[in-house]
Design a protein around this ligand. Sequence first.
Ligand SMILES: Cc1cc2nc3c(=O)[nH]c(=O)nc-3n(C[C@H](O)[C@H](O)[C@H](O)COP(=O)(O)OP(=O)(O)OC[C@H]3O[C@@H](n4cnc5c(N)ncnc54)[C@H](O)[C@@H]3O)c2cc1C
Length: 404
Amino acid sequence: MTDTRYNVIVIGGGVVGLAVGLEITRRFPRTRLLVLEKEAGVARHQSGHNSGVIHSGIYYKPGSLKARLCVAGAAAMVEFCREHGIPHRICGKVIVATRPEELPRLEDLRRRGEANGLTGLRIISPEELREIEPHAIGLQALVVPSTGVTDYALVCQKYAELISAAAGSVLTSVTATAIRRSTDEIIVETSRGAFATNGLINCAGLFSDRVARMAGDNPGVMIVPFRGEYYDLTPERAALVRALIYPVPDPQFPFLGVHFTRRITGKVDAGPNAVLALAREGYRHTDISPRDLVSSLTFPGFWRMARRHWRNGLGEWHRSLSKPAFVRALQTILPEVTASDLVPGGSGVRAQALRPDGGLVDDFQFVPSGNILHVLNVPSPAATASLTIAKTIVDSAAAGLGLS
Ligand SMILES: Cc1cc2nc3c(=O)[nH]c(=O)nc-3n(C[C@H](O)[C@H](O)[C@H](O)COP(=O)(O)OP(=O)(O)OC[C@H]3O[C@@H](n4cnc5c(N)ncnc54)[C@H](O)[C@@H]3O)c2cc1C
């Protein structure tokens, strides 16, 4: 028995699912749209546990979806925040090289940023760095003027509000538990009854591979949860950081290295690291899910990834379990920071897709399957790029989803 009928259902009330819902209600106003979210509110996972940075697009391979959608998405996000009165600030950031071997990588980043269309990038001396960030040290730094900060939980709330105002629905506390497909419709069974739809978009973040399997599709990847832990700078020491101070990232690893972020609230935090979590929603060390662990350990790509990245992984665990080690990593770019300046902050868990060959999927990945579209890899900078990701998804999937 089906309670209700829709044209499109989106599973996942994070920034991507909501942006997709908003794009559909804007472009196809007569569409009956439903966004399903298992938690009691939107943005309860990645979208509400991130650094709040509006990324510029400097890091990503020219021509990749990440590069294109981030650069255009950052501009769209700033415009969206302006239009809807969401607090945001374009504060710029510095990427600081502290070892000679990082200098060519800094230059590579500058070239990559220019290839991606960023302007105003410049490499500066230690003295110029001190004018921008008086407490940071380095051999050279790269200034990225277009980076900003906002609050993505507020962005999500606004997306949800606009969807509802446009006659779409966002239902919270409803978990999709099974998906049945026939030739002309899809039945989504949930913790609150069944819903019928002509098209489905899977934006389930940390569970997107499982939702794909629920729909009878082989996602071809497994989602690996990487926890990012933060420390907060005490209010007395927050003046050590004016805006955003980042290290040069390790090109072998898809994460940016622990950095300092002055958030839109004015609070400064340090992090996030990238520790393999023992549960998909494992926000603490003690959160362990036997099901998630077994699915990780039995996926062939997991052991291949472990062989490739074990040294990096051990380093991340060490910095996670030892505050002095975390502080030492931070001191390379901000030597005055000490352990007593830092108090434990929040954490977030990233959904990172892993291939069977052990490679971490680098680019955004959207996989169509008839009248279903699976959004299988949308790690950072997907919050920044959410509006352009949504546009791309709806452009490519409209026909398959029966939107016109
Ligand atoms: C620590 C950290 C820092 C980051 N920093 C930044 C940053 O500064 N800038 C940036 O641009 N990006 C950043 N990111 C990345 C960004 O937050 C994510 O890329 C983005 O939030 C992904 O959004 P999403 O909607 O795909 O996932 P989510 O926000 O995780 O949403 C997925 C939703 O699906 C729901 N769901 C799952 N299964 C079901 C089901 N069966 N039924 C119903 N609902 C279901 C979940 O409850 C969840 O709410 C960061 C991420 C993390 C973790």
